[in-house]
Design a protein around this ligand. Structure first.
Ligand code: ADP
Ligand code: 5GP
Length: 225
């Protein structure tokens, strides 16, 4: 797979289930037009209100395994007993449209993505406390007792990976968390190595003009001397 165009780095949101990845991602997509959400393939059953093709591509295990064999997934992992993966085509179509791909994936996926797309910016979303994490998951009402325990267990494994991430955002107040992610995107855009050809052209044009002006002024001084 070709590397990302420098200014279209993929953006990864990861962190414990219930930490707010879906909520932050929806808020970001609602207010920005430069992001394309990466719809993952999964073997998990849809939750009430989720829509096939918008939230996930839902499929059975055999279909998912065919995608793995055909090497159509950029990364994939087993999470809480189900398979989840990012179709390679998500990245291609985001770049073709000139957009950043926004991925909501687990820490195993983030690790694989860094290996194939080292330009990716990875953000770990932390719930502010254990109590808030548990409250949020309970209030979401999406998990039965056994699924809840699985998510708590994976939350521990996710936390162990926090130091591998580029940024950490605590999702206490939602608006603050979304703003923090937007600041990360803005700062990353201005990294020297990501400067676009347009910006480099401005640098060249400025340098040419400055050189021209200085040369003319030196000549004038020489004539006056
Ligand atoms: P994840 O996608 O990481 O599993 P969700 O986005 O589904 O987490 O969030 C879990 C629950 O917490 C949801 O019910 C959501 O509405 C709630 N939630 C998320 N962020 C906040 C926040 N900043 N303040 C209050 N509730 C939140
Ligand atoms: P949920 O079932 O709550 O939607 O997601 C469970 C976990 O799977 C979350 O941590 C989510 O980020 C992760 N996940 C969703 N899609 C992908 C994917 O394509 N790849 C990987 N590795 N993890 C994913």
């Amino acid at each position: 797979m070709r590397p990302a165009p420098a200014h279209l780095f993929p953006i990864v949101l990861a962190g414990p289930s219930g930490g707010g990845k879906t909520t932050v991602r929806r808020a970001l997509l609602g207010r920005r037009s430069d992001l394309r959400f990466s719809v993952s393939a999964t073997t998990r059953a849809p939750r009430p209100g989720e829509v096939d093709g918008r939230d996930y591509q839902y499929m059975d295990r055999a279909t998912f395994e065919r995608l793995i064999e055909a090497e159509e997934l950029l990364e994939w992992a087993q999470v809480h007993g189900d398979l989840y993966g990012t179709p390679r085509s998500n990245l291609r179509s985001a770049w073709d449209e000139g957009l950043h791909l926004l991925l909501d994936i687990d820490v195993q996926g983030a690790r694989q993505l860094r290996a194939v797309q080292p330009d990716a910016v990875t953000i770990f979303l932390l719930p502010p406390s254990y109590e808030r994490l548990v409250d949020r998951l309970r209030n979401r009402g999406s998990e039965d007792r056994s699924s809840f325990r699985k998510r708590m267990r994976s939350a521990l494994a996710e936390l162990a990976e926090v130091e591998r991430f580029d940024y950490v955002v605590v999702n206490d107040d939602l608006e603050d968390a979304v703003r923090a992610v937007e600041s990360v995107i803005a700062a990353e855009r201005h990294k020297l190595r990501r400067l676009t050809p347009d910006v480099m052209q401005v640098v060249r044009d400025l340098s040419d003009s400055l050189n021209g002006m200085l040369l003319a002024s030196d000549e004038q001084e020489a004539r006056n001397a």
